[in-house]
Design a binder for this molecule. Structure first.
Ligand code: GDP
Ligand code: MG
Length: 444
């Protein structure tokens, strides 16, 4: 991953006074490879690296961070900026009904996202400003496509346009607009048909509907797993209809999110939402920082650091940083970490953010999730001071004593020890990035 590779660059850069052109170019080569690995399209990666390089060269090195960290920060900031620094909401400030048209390839998630957005609008933000939403499927190609939307509508209690067999998309759109107007709907969502590949028949149909409907929003729905093809898809749709935004689906998968960057760069349109699952509430406003972290393969390090800064006492952090610098991480540290995890929103939230932390999360999940934090605290409480400082002392006999003392089992003690081991490994990764202190300093 990029953090590993940049680790090498960090080592080379560490201790130098300024960001020279050679330093920056060396780091940027790694960044470029990481972008391509994350499926960012080549021309987009090239342009991005060019811009970021310009920004980085000649910058004065901050005293509090290493040059490597500074390069990462510059790259991360540039990525966030390119992805769209501020989340952009739907703009429905037109005379109702405001029409939202969904376009994209078949299987990208248009129909699901139509229902997700309808659900969100009809519930209103925080229950206020609820919209009366009508959904209509213009997909006359795929068998049962209209029925699929009707079923989703029933699930979320959102109205769908009654199905009339044999009608063509433009006519369905007209009928939907009329119904929406007559029945006083605030929002009309038009779910269109997709093809497996971009083709002109699809494009013509889509253009005709857009001309008739004059939508307030035309959202391009894209599967985040779309690789290098993302640029072509975005370019084609963008050339044919005036897109207002992008929805990135399947962000719950292991896509690195490079498609987001390509789409954004090619269309210049904001990414408005991210789909994060098959369920109809799995829709989030787009977080550029998260995707930037994913593209860089660094987990959500930046937001981890921000949250850590909020919840960790400065002295704790200093103490932890000093220990990590020595490569130490004992049971007392684990205990402190467990307490912090609880404050920071549980293991689930934390694990996704630290590179290499997934394993530790797995260890905890395998023994019963967050509730187990209490047990772990009890087990550490039953250890002697020596055992806490040197967990490797804990042999079979000691395990039995600790289990008895804490009202747990030897198996649980074993799992705790395993988790400790895995976390020390994760801590070493953090150390490689300059330590928690360095990461906090990096954010100013
Ligand atoms: P359409 O052909 O563009 O209308 O695509 P559909 O909305 O029918 O979605 C195709 C499949 O993708 C369905 O099985 C959806 O449940 C699934 N899907 C859509 N969005 C997401 C998402 O954000 N995450 C996951 N995991 N699956 C999704
Ligand atoms: Mg569909």
């Amino acid at each position: 991953s990029l953090s590993d590779r940049l680790g090498g660059v960090f080592d080379r850069l560490r201790g130098r006074g300024a960001l020279t052109e050679a330093d920056v170019r060396a780091a940027m080569r790694e960044v470029r490879v990481a972008l391509l690995e994350a499926d960012v399209a080549l021309p987009v990666a090239r342009e991005f690296v060019e811009k970021a390089t310009e920004k980085a060269i000649g910058q004065n090195v901050l005293r509090s961070v290493t040059p490597g960290q500074q390069v990462v920060k510059i790259v991360s900031d540039a990525l966030v900026e390119m992805l769209g620094a501020d989340a952009s909401e739907l703009d429905l400030g037109v005379t109702p009904p405001a029409i939202i048209m969904m376009v994209g390839l078949q299987g990208s998630g248009k129909t699901t996202t139509t229902a997700k957005i309808a659900k969100r609008l009809s519930a209103g933000p925080g229950g206020r400003d609820r919209k009366k939403v009508l959904m209509a499927s213009l997909d006359v190609n795929r068998p049962n496509a209209q029925e699929q939307l009707a079923t989703l509508g029933t699930q979320i209690s959102v109205a769908t346009l009654p199905i009339v067999a044999g009608q063509q998309p433009v006519d369905i759109a007209r009928r939907a607009m009329q119904a929406a107007k007559l029945q006083g709907f605030d929002v009309l969502m038009l779910d269109t048909a997709g093809r497996l590949h971009v083709d002109q028949a699809l494009m013509d149909e889509m253009k005709a509907v857009a001309d008739v409907a004059n939508p307030a929003e035309i959202l391009l729905v894209v599967d985040s797993l779309t690789g290098q093809d993302a640029v072509n898809v975005a370019q084609n749709f963008s050339d044919q209809v005036p897109l207002t935004g992008i929805v990135l689906t399947r962000m719950d998968g292991d896509a690195r999110g490079g498609a987001a960057l390509s789409m954004r760069a090619v269309t210049g349109k904001p990414i408005k939402f991210a789909g994060t699952g098959e369920k109809l509430d799995a829709l989030e406003t787009f977080h550029p920082e998260r995707v930037a972290g994913r593209i860089l393969g660094m987990g959500d390090v930046v937001s981890l650091v921000e949250r850590a800064a909020e919840s960790i006492q400065a002295e704790d952090a200093e103490r932890m940083a000093a220990k990590m610098a020595k490569g130490q991480f004992d049971m007392n540290d684990l205990r402190a970490q467990l307490a912090q995890m609880q404050r920071m929103g549980g293991l689930g939230a934390l694990a996704g953010m630290i590179p290499g932390m997934k394993k530790a999360q797995g260890a905890v999940a395998s023994v019963g999730g967050e509730k187990v934090l209490v047990h772990m605290d009890a087990m550490i409480g039953s250890m002697t001071i020596k055992e806490r400082a040197k967990p490797e002392l804990i042999n079979a006999k000691r395990k039995i004593r600790i289990a008895k003392g804490s009202g747990t089992t030897v198996q649980e003690v074993n799992k705790l020890l395993k988790m400790h081991l895995e976390m020390s490994t994760a801590m070493k990764k953090i150390k490689k990035m300059g330590g928690m202190k360095g990461m906090m300093a990096m954010l100013g």
